[in-house]
Design a protein around this ligand. Structure first.
Ligand code: GLN
Length: 472
């Protein structure tokens, strides 16, 4: 049985009408997942006990993969870290609960950088996903498994992912898929293993804009279990797919087309802007001068929050535990030294330093004030423009051999285009715009808070240029 030619939309119709029986579909999907795992490695865990759902909602019979930092009842959840190996949550994250209530099926858990610390999904002791376009190259990170599976799946599927500073956009751009990073607070974080609480956002990666819009509509909404979740009304985001973009005003911030960005990528983004102009949108160059402060302040906020969040992994309550001699401090140090990876340790050290008495004001609190200024700069821009347009990533998907030569600072620098909108809580959408040297390229659209609908309208218009609508 082949399901490869069916889009998510068609698949859902076939299941609903009874044309497709779920039991053989599930069996086939699990077999395909095993072979994708052998080839590209997107999973930490494949859910071999997935069953046909009893609840018939908007996602009835749709396989959904879940990034491994999102808790799934009865299914190991490691956040990419050895310290959580064997942790099986007794509850579902709210977004997983909502997806299950709509009839979605949890297919498995996808691999990621440890706790989200990375841009290329190489910082993990679990599977390092290979790019389906070229297996010597990275899928991006930290939601690399989600991007990898969205690109490689020869069955209808949408991936649940997470972004703090760009972890949905990077893998979507590198794998030629669509990634929505919603407004901060749009989707409940209850059951998400924290990286940096004030910036973490759950989102999705799929094959086309429609698929991500559909799952976003189901997963969004206020949750009494997460006081930072928003009570803004949740529209049906699929209603924006295919909507006219004729009257939209779009700004292209010049800071996002600087020397550090591959010229060929900048050119294809400008070509995409020209095509939007042909559809009647107006395009204008603009400037966001505070962009240069985003990267250093993001990393200060991120490591400060991460280092406190990771303090709870002390070898007693979750995951890794050992018999030990000595006092608690010795035990705590031993288990953390053994179980955290190099990048996690680096961030714990940096974050602990930046929060020390005397440094807190100079670093963490100052970075928060800079963030407020950056949010204001975006708000001013959205007084003038409906959306902003830029490249998604400054480079094409790099080879693993090239990544191994980068310093940590150089890796952090790769987030230069995604950091400012992410730290401001603005929603972004990454959409594929073709290939350079046979490698995928993505465009990043940024909108004002809670205006994901405009992103969906623009994203689907851009998909239309490339003929990638054939899967909706
Ligand atoms: N690369 C960024 C970081 O390491 C973003 C990661 C993320 O969004 N989880 O912080």
């Amino acid at each position: 049985m082949s399901t490869a030619t069916y889009s998510v939309k068609e698949h859902l119709e076939r299941v609903r009408s009874g044309e497709l029986a779920l039991a053989p579909f599930i069996k086939d999907t699990l077999e395909k997942s095993e072979s994708i795992q052998k080839k590209y490695g997107p999973f930490v865990t494949i859910n071999n006990s997935v069953k046909a759902p009893t609840r018939k909602g908007a996602l009835f019979g749709l396989p959904i993969s879940v990034k491994d930092c999102i808790c799934t009842k009865g299914l190991q959840t490691t956040a990419g870290s050895k310290i959580l190996e064997g942790y099986v949550p007794p509850f579902n994250a709210t977004c997983v609960e909502k997806i299950a209530a709509a009839g979605g099926m949890v297919l498995g858990k996808t691999t990621q950088d440890e706790f989200g610390f990375g841009t290329f999904n190489v910082n993990t002791k679990y599977s390092i996903p290979k790019n389906p376009s070229d297996t010597d190259r990275s899928c991006g990170g930290s939601s690399g498994g989600a991007g990898c599976l969205a690109a490689a799946a020869d069955f209808p599927h949408v991936a649940l992912a997470e972004s703090t500073g760009g972890s949905i956009t990077a893998p979507a751009a590198f794998t030629g898929t669509v990634g929505i990073t919603p407004t901060y607070g749009r989707i409940s974080r209850y059951g998400l293993i924290d990286y940096s609480n004030s910036m973490d956002k759950i989102g999705m990666i799929g094959r086309c804009v429609y698929d991500t819009a559909l799952v976003l509509s189901v997963a969004s909404g206020h949750d009494p279990l997460d006081s930072t979740s928003s009570n803004q009304p949740v529209p049906d985001f699929t209603g924006f797919v295919g909507k006219s973009v004729a009257k939209l005003k779009i700004g292209m911030p010049k800071e996002y087309f600087s020397e550090g960005v591959d010229k060929r990528i900048s050119k294809s983004v400008r070509d995409t802007a020209d095509k939007l102009e042909e559809l009647g949108a107006s395009i204008e160059e603009t400037s966001l001068p505070l962009t240069k402060y985003a990267l250093p302040s993001y990393y200060l906020i991120a490591v400060s929050e991460a280092s406190t969040n990771l303090a709870k992994y002390c070898g007693l309550r979750y995951g890794m535990q050992e018999d030990t001699e000595g006092n608690f401090d010795e035990y705590f140090s031993k288990i953390r030294s053994e179980s955290f990876g190099e990048e996690a340790k680096r961030r714990i050290l940096m974050g602990t330093y930046s929060r020390m008495a005397g440094f807190r004001d100079a670093y963490y609190l100052k970075a928060l004030r800079i963030r407020t200024k950056i949010i204001e700069e975006f708000r001013t821009a959205f007084g003038k423009y409906d959306a902003l347009l830029s490249p998604s990533m400054p480079i094409l998907p790099p080879k693993f051999s090239e990544i191994a030569k980068l310093t940590p600072i150089q890796v952090y620098g790769m987030d230069v285009l995604t950091i400012a909108p992410n730290m401001s809580g603005m929603p972004t959408l990454s959409v594929p715009i073709g290939k350079i040297d046979n490698l995928p390229v993505g465009v990043q659209l940024i909108a004002n808070q809670f205006d994901e609908g405009t992103l969906m309208a623009l994203g689907s218009a851009i998909e239309g240029f490339n003929g990638s609508h054939d899967r909706t």
